[in-house]
Design a protein around this ligand. Sequence first.
Ligand code: ADP
Ligand code: UDP
Length: 237
Amino acid sequence: MEKKDLLTKGKAKELFKTEDANKLVMEFTDDTSAFDGKKIEQLAGKGTVNNRFNNFIMRHLDSKGIPCHLLEEINDRESLVLSLDMFPIECVVRNYAAGSICKRLGLEEGMKFKNPIFEFFYKDDDLGDPMINDNHIISFGWAGEEDIDHLKKLTLEINDYLVDLFLKADLILVDFKLEFGKNLEKIYLGDEFTPDGCRIWDKETKKKLDKDRFRQDLGDVVESYQEIAYRIGVDLK
Ligand code: ADP
Ligand code: UDP
């Protein structure tokens, strides 16, 4: 399918229109950003790993009955996806303490939670993606109660499937962020699931293999993404 005008240029991906109003080309770039876009670098090969990684995860979730926006992989950086009307919301699940929850609640990194913790954030870099709750979402008219319940249920189900998938490769899924959208009233998982938007540690050594390597200047960012991909069986070709 031919790529037409640029629709959205985000911090790590570009979306292009196609001749079909229902389908978009999603291109993963090598741009890597952190701290709401304040730190930006190009990391050679990241776009390719993330495209293949995301497609592997979305195919896996699809096989479990989770509706995902992926239609087909076009090449190493581009995939065809269903055009969604995105909720301006980030759905985060945490299995272990890391990142913003440590600062907010004074927790030590690595603490395992008794139950996965679900949190909503408002997707707005200028405001630093503030945490919100169901009442904000309903009062601002971003989603109704039924959709909110569905977003939580889908996100927690996805957590169960992915915790299992990573554990089989001796990897711990610490936390992650998802974005959902609607097409013809049906909710789909959109955007991406890649090491850019989650935390994954080696089970034995607790080595960080995700974007914290970039945030914390630990080096070997793309190599670590490739290691996770290799361990869970993603074909990087
Ligand atoms: P950013 O965090 O800067 O938005 P991205 O580079 O990930 O970074 O941008 C991709 C954009 O595309 C995001 O705004 C995301 O919500 C949006 N998006 C992802 N999947 C879809 C889709 N299927 N349809 C429409 N928009 C989408
Ligand atoms: N996350 C993300 N994009 C965001 C905010 C968070 O992908 O805009 C991911 C992040 O990589 C981590 C999880 O969501 O896996 C929880 O992030 P946290 O709230 O701890 O924020 P951080 O300190 O990572 O900015």
